[in-house]
Design a binder for this molecule. Structure first.
Ligand SMILES: [Zn+2]
Length: 498
């Protein structure tokens, strides 16, 4: 039995978003718990599809003693404030200092966190913990599939274990893999590691492991993850991040530096060879409306429109109305859209009551360029308190806290409104308001890829649509300044390593 400290600090930073992540943002619950410390931690995350939950369950099964420290996350946004980063880091580092004798440390990290004052914020946290723990103590971190894995992270951790799916249906499973990996490292010398960074940015919507080329590339990486290697991880990177370490990478660790290096190189070369297959596929709103008009609606098989640029899971504000306005203007029938974050509109709907009509200036509160609120008369079809449990594979077990919610109807468009922003990746978010997604002809979802886990199988067609918002789908259109030399902003023809 080993004594293992357990902590987590997750943020996916879109450095192009002006809205920073404050300490209060890490304290607040949304789909996942707010900042939790000590004994309450394991109870707070139990049963949720989160790495820490999977780690705790597996490590307990392996009969280890777990020491809960601090866990928190905040919605993707602009950089983490210096105050929030230093306070959370100090909570973790000080708790490790006070924890007594430890045999290992587990960290539930995202891997694409940027703080106001530190570009490689995950690497810096690992560096501080390593400095305290000494060179040999096993430190294993689980990482998101969107981690921008840096040489510092690879150097300071004993092992990095990343998600294998996008949509991330294996978050808890990744925690369990991290537990087994950590179990194997206790009492042994640190494994060798290798990191191959790949020199092109992958648009988010081209990264899904449900479709090619990522589906088979991930399979190839999984096949190589066997003795003498402990980990072969392929991460797609989070492209909306203006830092030197931005981009996809392959990480391996295990016994023997040659085998480790060869495995990382082999998978990285496979990704490079298929570079052209990661090209962005996106449609204009006019193309989408032509498709919606021309289709023969099939019951239970909606057309799904993907509003990736306003995806709050990638730093969007979940409040742009541009696509909703276009669908309303074109009189497309039986549309369900969401989730729009507009606390004032939700409050007005609650004051007015179900079955009433209210004049609202809905959405666009964050003022995204090219967007405006939709001024109209809305019928309040349903109200909710924003408290419900996730049922789809991605948010499974999540205890949502989205504040007052309302289902508002404007012509043929029904809009689910919440008081806190959250990616539309679970049907429970609409069913909470009595709206059944499959009963609609068109679904407009504020998501990039995670929606596929719970909505993908019902879609007659999935179309990514151009619109306003900070999660610019084509990385080549972002005003980068800090990327490392040689990194291509969009997938090229492939096969080269220019
Ligand atoms: Zn992710």
């Amino acid at each position: 039995m080993a004594r293992i400290a357990v902590a987590g600090f997750q943020h996916e930073t879109n450095t192009f978003s002006p809205i920073k992540a404050t300490f209060a943002d890490f304290e607040a619950a949304d789909a996942w718990p707010g900042l939790t410390r000590g004994e309450a931690l394991f109870e707070a995350v139990a049963g949720i599809n989160l790495p820490i939950a999977g780690f705790v369950k597996e490590a307990r099964g392996l009969r280890h003693e777990l020491v809960p420290l601090t866990w928190c996350q905040a919605q993707p946004s602009g950089p983490v404030t210096r105050d929030a980063y230093e306070r959370v880091s100090a909570l973790i580092v000080e708790a490790i200092r006070e924890a007594g004798t430890l045999d290992a440390i587990y960290l539930d990290l995202h891997g694409a966190m940027v703080a106001e004052h530190i570009d490689d914020a995950d690497g810096e946290l690992l560096r501080r913990i390593r400095a305290l723990a000494g060179p040999q103590l096993p430190i294993v971190a689980s990482l998101d599939f969107h981690a921008n894995v840096s040489p510092c992270m690879a150097e300071e951790a004993s092992a990095l274990v990343s998600f294998r799916t996008y949509p991330h249906v294996d978050m808890a499973d990744t925690g369990a893999r991290a537990a087994r990996c950590l179990h194997g490292l206790i009492g042994r010398p640190r494994p060798a590691h290798a990191l191959e960074q790949i020199d092109f940015l992958m648009p988010l919507t081209s990264q899904s492991t449900l479709v090619e080329p990522m589906r088979s590339l991930m399979d190839e990486a999984m096949v190589l993850e066997r003795a003498p290697l402990q980990v072969v991880g392929l991460t797609a990177g989070f492209p909306a991040s203006d830092v030197a370490e931005c981009g996809p990478a392959v990480y391996a660790c295990g016994d023997g530096s040659t085998a480790t290096r060869h495995a990382a190189r082999a998978i990285a070369d496979r990704v490079r060879a298929r570079e052209h297959e990661f090209a962005l596929e996106i449609h204009t709103i006019d193309e989408v409306i032509a498709v919606a008009r021309g289709m023969m609606p099939e019951r239970g098989r909606p057309l799904i429109l993907v509003d990736t640029q306003d995806n709050p899971g990638a730093g969007g504000n979940a409040d742009t109305m541009h696509l909703i306005r276009a669908l309303h203007g074109a009189r497309i029938e039986r549309v369900l859209a969401g989730i729009i974050c507009d606390p004032a509109a939700a409050a007005r709907a609650h004051e007015s009551g179900t079955g009433t009509s209210i004049a609202l200036s809905l959405g666009s509160q964050a003022g995204s360029l090219g967007d405006a609120p939709l001024d109209a008369e809305y019928r309040v079809e349903a109200l909710g308190d924003g408290r419900f449990t996730g049922t789809g594979p991605f948010y499974l077990g999540s205890r949502f806290e989205l504040g007052p919610m309302a289902l508002l109807r404007c012509g043929e468009v029904r809009i689910a409104v919440a008081s806190r922003k959250q990616q539309a990746a679970d049907q429970a978010m609409f069913r909470h308001l009595g709206a059944e997604p499959a009963d609609h002809a068109v679904l407009l979802l504020k998501s990039s890829v995670h929606f596929r886990a719970d909505f993908g199988s019902m879609a007659s067609r999935i179309m990514v649509v151009e619109g306003p918002g900070p999660n610019v789908p084509d990385p080549a259109r972002l005003p980068f300044r800090k990327l490392r030399p040689g990194l291509r902003l969009r997938p090229g023809p492939g096969g080269s390593s220019a």
